[in-house]
Design a protein around this ligand. Structure first.
Ligand code: TYD
Length: 213
């Protein structure tokens, strides 16, 4: 595949949206075809699933929740991400399979093998060139979210749940070579510099395909 697939991961309030937007503008200014998407959502069906998943009134079994995230992911991957990558575009995605491992696996306690197997099917084995894990302490992320809006269903799961998710991300970052852990408590400017530096380093490396200039 010709394009380049960049994912942002981390707790809510870790700064994914700000950094994804910056990176989008960075590539756009340089004349690259770039699209920005986020999970869950990004397709008409995915947006409907997103509404169910984030609605405080939804009471879902953990496996139902996992299947819904995977359904949204499959639609987004087949209909948006793969076609864009095949055209040679850059794709910047907020959250991908790592979120299901962190939230439904480590957070909800579903067996990690199930989560991984379903992600493998939903993505048809597509792995990002780079996945940035923006690491912020649980309390800091929650504080940032609450400053901006009312927390949604997933954000209201309590500190213990979020701590398991955070621990999960640490373990994922240690075991996935394409994951780059960055300090999300740095200011947005410094964090963006770290992102560009990390992308420079992957250039021509094993993940390849991230050409900044
Ligand atoms: P997100 O879009 O990051 O929230 P917002 O736009 O409100 O900042 O993600 C919505 C929530 O869904 C978030 O709390 C994490 C959760 N989530 C999972 O639990 N599993 C998944 O596979 C994904 C993609 C998200």
């Amino acid at each position: 595949m010709k394009g380049c697939f960049i994912v942002f991961e981390g707790l809510d309030g870790s700064g994914k949206t700000t950094q994804a937007q910056r990176l989008f503008r960075y590539f756009e200014k340089r004349g690259r075809e770039v699209i920005a998407v986020e999970e869950p959502g990004g397709t008409p069906f995915g947006e409907r699933i997103r509404a169910i998943l984030l609605d405080e009134r939804s009471s879902l079994e953990p496996l139902t929740e996992l299947l819904l995230y995977q359904a949204s992911r499959h639609e987004l991957t087949r209909r948006v991400i793969r076609p864009a990558l095949e055209r040679g575009a850059m794709v910047i995605c907020q959250r991908y399979g790592y979120s299901s491992l962190a939230y439904q696996g480590y957070g909800r306690g579903l067996p990690l093998e199930w989560v991984a197997a379903l992600t493998e099917r939903a993505t048809e084995g597509l792995t990002p060139s780079v996945a940035f894990f923006l690491d912020v302490p649980v309390e800091e992320g929650l504080k940032r979210v609450k400053r901006e809006r009312q927390p949604d269903r997933m954000e209201s799961q309590g500190l213990e749940f979020l701590r398991r998710v955070e621990q999960g991300y640490q373990e994922l970052a240690a075991h996935h070579p394409e994951m780059v852990r960055l300090d999300g408590t740095k200011g947005p400017e410094h964090l963006f510099e770290d992102i560009l530096r990390a992308l420079e380093q992957t250039k021509g490396g094993q993940s390849g395909g991230v050409y900044l200039h």
